[in-house]
Design a protein around this ligand. Structure first.
Ligand SMILES: *Cc1c(COP(=O)(O)O)cnc(C)c1O
Length: 355
């Protein structure tokens, strides 16, 4: 069997979830949208069986978890798209974001098997979804008056909490607090960077995503984020070795020319697995537990690494593409993206779970 695999450490996932709770003393919805950022939403949710609840993007993602026996609250972060979804939301006892005026009407008019919990979303400055501050109180009153609504949580989303020097987060807090003045409902503002870097934000409920998977949302090292443990190890093995003289090209397009005699390891991992093709020669990789570099272009199913200085590296030697030795953030930066996208782009690689 091809040795490429993603090993998911569920103990690390639990550790990171508890860190979010400890930092905030709040209830925490573990964000497991997009198949738990590529980590497998069912297994992750089952491992977090003591979590206060989960958040996914939309109804179908929640139904997958309910079918697997997940009984905790599940919030639909993107809400519902058509009014017909409300019957299923009630039937499966889901919570939904409410971000638009048409949804207030749909909720009011629906015939539901039970009232539903609504997370009323405010646009405090991200300008993506949610009620404008001046519409917010009216929207709350409409929900509060509806017999189809069991409970309301006031929610807004931070657009720049990962940039701790920027004033945006404080401005969003001021806007949110002003608009919710006098509304007697719990609040939820904090995503991962909000949890890690902004203790002054109110938090009855927090919504950790990327931090659960052990990645820091910050460019720079940050104290609480340093305590996160990477959950995924993207691993494979060396399936070919060659000794090249100086001046020989490696891979498509001859983008790397050996500067001196070089031992090259070929690894079963490529862009069809989700490893980013954009990275340059020199991007870190670990072989037999030692750091070295990728050389030449990443191909669809394979990539090449320099094993000149790793004497024991041979056929079958273990390779870590990202994990504890090479962080996914470093690879993301090398590919001009973020770890979120690397994880979501994984495909074809079987996942194995460590309890
Ligand atoms: C995805 C998402 C989160 C989690 O964000 P992270 O940066 O991964 O912590 C929280 N809230 C909302 C509304 C989201 O869409």
């Amino acid at each position: 069997m091809r040795p490429a695999q993603a090993v998911i450490n569920l103990a690390a996932l639990k550790h990171n979830y508890l860190l979010a709770k400890q930092l905030t003393q709040a209830k925490a919805l573990a964000v497991v949208k997009a198949d738990a950022y590529g980590h497998g939403s069912i297994r992750c949710a089952q491992a977090l069986h003591e979590a206060d609840g989960f958040a996914v993007a939309f109804l179908e993602e929640a139904l997958v978890l309910r079918a697997a026996g997940v009984t905790q609250p599940i919030l639909l972060l993107e809400g519902f798209f058509v009014k017909d979804e409300l019957a299923l939301i009630a039937e499966y006892d889901l919570w939904t974001a409410v971000h638009s005026a048409w949804q207030l009407e749909a909720i009011n008019q629906a015939q539901l098997s039970r009232p539903i919990q609504c997370w009323l979303k405010m646009d405090s400055g991200m300008h993506r979804m949610g009620f404008a501050p001046e519409e917010y109180k009216k929207a709350w009153q409409a929900l509060n008056a509806s017999p189809n609504v069991s409970n309301i949580v006031l929610m807004t989303h931070l657009s720049q909490a990962d940039e701790v020097e920027q004033p945006r987060t404080k401005e969003q807090l001021i806007t949110f607090n002003a608009a919710r003045a006098g509304l007697n409902s719990a609040v939820s503002m904090r995503n991962s960077p909000g949890i890690l870097a902004w203790p002054e934000l109110p938090s009855d409920w927090v919504r950790p995503g990327i931090m659960l998977y052990g990645c820091s949302p910050f460019e720079e090292p940050q104290a609480p984020a340093n305590a996160l443990i990477p959950v995924m190890t993207l691993a494979s093995q060396i399936i070919g070795v060659r000794e090249l003289a100086a001046g020989e090209p490696v891979g498509y397009g001859a983008r790397y020319i050996t500067p001196s005699s070089t031992r090259v390891g070929i690894v079963a991992m490529g862009y069809a697995d989700g490893y980013p093709r954009q990275v340059d020669s020199g991007t870190p990789v670990a072989v037999c537990g030692q750091l070295t570099k990728i050389i030449g272009r990443v191909s669809m199913d394979m990539l090449a690494v320099d094993i000149t200085t790793i004497a024991e590296a041979t056929l079958g030697s273990p390779v870590e593409l990202w994990g504890k030795q090479v962080s996914a953030e470093v690879i993301a930066r090398a590919a001009n993206t973020i770890s979120y996208q690397l994880f979501c782009n994984l495909k074809r690689v079987p996942r194995y779970y460590l309890e």
